[in-house]
Design a protein around this ligand. Structure first.
Ligand SMILES: [Zn+2]
Length: 204
């Protein structure tokens, strides 16, 4: 029913998470009505983010250039590493203002059922950061496992805690305290709850 270029835009928009057919249509018509500058700015922003944003070489957070802003910040405590599943999980932890260390982004959580094995995540890279700090960096003294309080997040935390115990017995391994909604996503936790969970983290 729609002209092919418009249908193509609807199809692409409908692929986005949380966007159904009807919303995709509404957005497509909005873009069609927008000025060429406005629509062009959206297209440019999408192209730009794909071209310019990559992963930090150290922590695998999103970065423009080789290092993310957190790893490039010399005031951060390099003896502390907070492990999260996705780049989006760094933001809520930062919002708490309770944490001054660095991060390590795994790129997901272990889930054998979905075929996600340790090799598919940045786990070996984490072990390397802990056991073999870069020249000039002090030894890591604590790893905070801030994976989601879900089945896969818990399994991932236990797997890493186990791996670290064998490789770096002197490094403290902690997990966020309870108070986080079970089965929830870090991304959706409010900063007070998450700040408290971070302050009350416990040894694993
Ligand atoms: Zn980084």
């Amino acid at each position: 029913m729609l002209a092919p270029p418009l249908q193509r835009l609807v199809t692409e928009l409908a692929r986005l998470p949380g966007i159904g057919q009807r919303t995709a249509q509404r957005l497509a018509f909005h873009i069609l009505r927008a000025s060429p500058e406005e629509a062009g700015a959206l297209a440019d922003a999408i192209r730009d983010v794909k071209e310019r944003i990559g992963l930090c070489e150290l922590c695998f957070n999103l970065a423009e250039g080789p290092r993310c802003t957190i790893c490039a910040d010399e005031r951060r405590d390099t003896t502390l590493i907070c492990v999260v599943e996705e780049p989006g999980d760094v933001i809520p932890v930062e919002r708490t203002h309770e944490y001054r260390g660095r991060y390590h982004v795994l790129g997901g959580a272990l889930s054998p059922i979905d075929g996600v094995e340790p090799e598919d995540l940045k786990i070996a890279e984490l072990y390397a950061r802990v056991t073999d700090p870069r020249p000039g960096d002090p030894a890591v003294r604590e790893v905070v496992l801030a994976t989601n309080p879900t089945t896969t997040g818990e399994a991932t935390a236990l797997h890493i805690a186990d791996g670290l115990r064998g490789r770096a017995p002197d490094v403290a391994v902690t997990r966020l305290a309870s108070g986080l909604p079970v089965g929830g996503d870090l991304e959706y936790a409010d900063e007070v709850t998450l700040g408290r969970a971070l302050a009350g983290r416990r040894a694993l």
